[in-house]
Design a protein around this ligand. Structure first.
Ligand SMILES: Cc1cc2nc3c(=O)[nH]c(=O)nc-3n(C[C@H](O)[C@H](O)[C@H](O)COP(=O)(O)OP(=O)(O)OC[C@H]3O[C@@H](n4cnc5c(N)ncnc54)[C@H](O)[C@@H]3O)c2cc1C
Ligand SMILES: Cc1cc2nc3c(=O)[nH]c(=O)nc-3n(C[C@H](O)[C@H](O)[C@H](O)COP(=O)(O)O)c2cc1C
Ligand code: FES
Length: 403
């Protein structure tokens, strides 16, 4: 962003890149330059095949109750609010570089109307970023198909709009009402608020000045999180006392469902126990539930009484302090597993890898769902950091993903 405001530096960098590749080079420009036409011209003179405009605007300062939301305190703005700046920049660039140079216009585009405005400003190719928030793969497919139809219909239709998703990015302040297991590094925090969520969904918990991290919605009424201490954030949230506050945003992810009368086995290991409790509570209304729960010792198995309300519970501990001594795999038993059983696995990847072969022996991949903690940053589908081995964005398609 800083280098992109000086025509001489842009020329030098573009030239070096162009000389280093046989591919077509597009220079992507920051709208922060007051002289974006001149910057674009210098990129083209250095050999850029085309221009992309614009990158994010700002930085801006986004705060909640006076607290900066970004750890960096400031950050670039994207989305519909920046359309007027994008249009202004594309217009200036087109005037500066002439008609022949391709321009990929972007910045807040959502619908055929936006595309038409960018086209009139001088763009020939259209880039869409932030508007894709919250879209599943199926939504993305439908959205782009509809948008292309809208383009082919010269804007007489606007079918793509109905695939745009509303995603709640607001932070809500919640108060710690009760802490179960206060002396353990796996605590269950009950808040003073409820949340409308289904089994499998998660929230981001945010502590101003520390950061935000994703957590399964262990229970919805009141919103309850089960938190295992691992690093700075989980240590901070677990050090909160009764009456202290933190913030949440969400719920995100898909909630899971099963046909009436199904047989369901829930497999929770470590803090993964927090990820399957809401399944027990909700799915037990129309299914037979067995919960297989494993932890290193009995202290790390809170909430057992609550699990028992919704079906049979089998327990394994590594040190044998409760239930069977050993791992969760030792709890698999044909008496409660049949060929149509649904499995929901939540826990460390090693646990999921160990139980999958056992489950695949008796059930089919479409009935086996697993949630593994992939690095989840935006939580709304646009950064890609949570992609699994098959490229599925687990924050959107999951967190429980079928095998
Ligand atoms: C959908 C989802 C639901 C989760 N639910 C729970 C839960 O109910 N209870 C629970 O204790 N933990 C849960 N986690 C994991 C939890 O988010 C991380 O343990 C936590 O972020 C660690 O943060 P930290 O600052 O304490 O540790 P750090 O020192 O930052 O990290 C410790 C380890 O945690 C993992 N981690 C860190 N940041 C993230 C991130 N943004 N996304 C995923 N993993 C991360 C990495 O493996 C890292 O090595 C969940 C993760 C995801 C993706
Ligand atoms: C989460 C996120 C990550 C981004 N990462 C990059 C990046 O790595 N490189 C880049 O040139 N632009 C990046 N951008 C900017 C976008 O590519 C785009 O130029 C900008 O967001 C405006 O388009 P939009 O309003 O359609 O999102 C990012 C934007 C967002 C929201
Ligand atoms: S796409 Fe950003 S965390 Fe999933």
């Amino acid at each position: 962003m800083q280098l992109g405001q000086d025509p001489a530096i842009v020329h030098e960098i573009t030239k070096a890149v162009v000389n280093g590749t046989r591919k077509l080079v597009f220079a992507k420009l920051t709208p922060n330059a007051g002289n974006i036409g001149e910057i674009a011209k210098s990129a083209v003179n250095a050999g850029a095949y085309g221009i992309v405009a614009i990158n994010t605007v700002g930085p801006g300062y986004h705060s909640v109750n006076g607290n900066p939301v970004l750890t960096n305190k400031v950050g670039g703005l994207s989305g519909t609010g920046i359309i007027p700046i994008g249009l202004k920049c594309v217009k200036e660039i087109r005037q500066a570089v002439g008609e022949e140079i391709p321009i990929i216009g972007m910045g807040g585009m959502r619908t055929i109307r936006d595309i038409q405005e960018y086209a009139k400003a001088g763009a020939n190719i259209f880039g869409i970023g932030s508007s894709l928030v919250g879209m599943t793969d199926q939504h993305l497919n439908n959205y782009f198909k509809a948008l292309i139809e809208d383009i082919n219909n010269n804007g007489e239709t606007d079918n793509a709009s109905r695939f745009l998703q509303e995603v709640d990015m607001h932070y809500r302040k919640v108060r710690v009402e009760n802490i179960i297991n206060p002396n353990c590094d796996f605590k269950v925090i009950k808040t003073n608020q409820q949340i409308q969520a289904g089994p499998g969904q998660f929230v981001f918990a945010w502590i101003p000045g520390i950061g935000e991290k994703p957590f399964s919605i262990m229970d919805d009424n009141p919103l309850t999180l089960g938190i295992l201490e691992r690093g700075e954030f989980t240590r901070s949230i677990n050090s909160l006392g009764k009456g202290d506050s933190f913030y949440v945003r969400g719920p995100y992810g898909q909630s899971t469902d099963i046909p009436e009368g199904s047989n369901v086995v829930l497999v929770g290991g470590g803090c993964g126990i927090a990820g399957v409790y809401l399944h027990a509570k909700e799915l037990s209304k129309r299914a037979n539930i067995t919960s297989l729960l494993a932890a290193k010792d009995s202290d790390h198995l809170p909430y057992l009484k609550e699990f028992e309300k919704y079906g049979e519970v089998k327990v394994a501990t590594e040190n044998g302090s409760l239930g069977r001594k050993g791992l969760v795999t030792g709890l698999f038993d044909n008496t409660y597993i049949n060929s149509g059983t649904y499995f929901f696995n939540c826990g460390p990847k090693a646990m999921v890898d160990a139980v999958l072969p056992l489950e695949l022996k008796v059930s089919t991949p479409d009935k086996i769902y697993s949630s593994v903690d992939y690095m989840t940053r935006c939580g709304v589908g646009i950064c890609g950091s949570c992609a699994d081995e098959k490229g599925r964005r687990t924050c959107i398609e999951g967190p429980f993903i079928s095998s």
